[in-house]
Ligand binder design. Structure first.
Ligand SMILES: Nc1ncnc2c1ncn2[C@@H]1O[C@H](COP(=O)(O)OP(=O)(O)OP(=O)(O)O)[C@@H](O)[C@H]1O
Length: 230
């Protein structure tokens, strides 16, 4: 999917939290959005998913204007969102979490669903455990798998490494790099090394505005650090 955001503005009351935000993600590429706490990253993702209506601007999926679409319609069109805090169903088992997402998208029981679950071996081990009984890292793997079984064309991740132990961060990184090419990824991340290992391009948000943008190969670690160091 070619995904584009144009001139997005968003306010909370009279406070403007997004200002003329615009960027594009090419099919099969990963764009990382970096920025300090409060820069507007989560607000941007909520506007993209239709959980917040932007005050101005457009969201385009393969040149189709999706700005007024419901979250459900966006999801059916191929957007999948893994929010910060993961929001899995704590009362349902791992298997039921996966099944609910896959059934809603008509992918339940397909080989692709089995393949997705196999990316995260711990999910099979924990299949009958309730989501709420999993560790943070296991819940993050479940949240990503649940998004992937919908067979999205754009996977949107809000700080997937936050509070996660290094070996699971490494596994998530491997999975994302493997998926690139097949789908596009929008990654909001504060962990710079993870973003550098994963992204093809960067956008840096500061106080709701894009202050820097570029291809990964043109962005040194030192350069990126300057924008996000406290
Ligand atoms: N529901 C809300 N009502 C009012 N202000 C809000 C609300 N949610 C966020 N804000 C404010 O909007 C600004 C952007 O918040 P947002 O959560 O989008 O930033 P962020 O870059 O995702 O930060 P973090 O990394 O801390 O999640 C911040 O100043 C925040 O305090």
């Amino acid at each position: 999917m070619r995904f584009r955001v144009e001139d997005l503005d968003q306010y909370y009351g009279s406070a403007q939290v997004l200002r003329h935000v615009g960027f594009e993600i090419a099919p099969g590429e990963c764009l990382a959005v970096l920025g300090r706490n409060g820069a507007g990253k989560s607000t941007l993702l909520k506007c993209i998913m239709g959980l917040l209506a932007p005050s101005a601007g457009r969201i385009l999926l393969d040149e189709t204007d999706a700005t007024g679409w419901s979250p459900n319609r966006r999801s059916r069109a191929g957007l999948a969102y893994v929010p910060q805090g993961r929001e899995i169903f704590a009362e349902l088992t791992v298997g039921e979490n996966i099944e609910a997402a896959a059934r809603a998208h008509g992918t339940y029981g397909t080989a692709a669903t089995d393949e997705t679950v196999s990316l995260f071996p711990v999910l099979r081990e924990m299949w009958k455990r309730s989501g709420g009984a999993l560790s943070g890292g296991q819940q993050q793997q479940l949240a990503i798998a649940r998004a992937l079984v919908t067979q999205p064309r754009l996977l949107i991740l809000d700080e997937p490494t936050e509070g996660i132990q290094p070996n699971i961060v490494a596994l998530i990184g491997e999975v994302l790099r493997m998926l690139k090419g097949r789908l596009s990824i929008l990654l909001v991340e504060q962990y710079l090394d993870f973003a550098i290992d994963t992204a093809d391009a960067f956008v840096i948000l500061s106080r709701g505005s894009i202050v820097e943008t570029g291809r990964a190969e043109a962005m040194s670690r030192e350069h990126l650090t300057r924008f996000i160091a406290v």
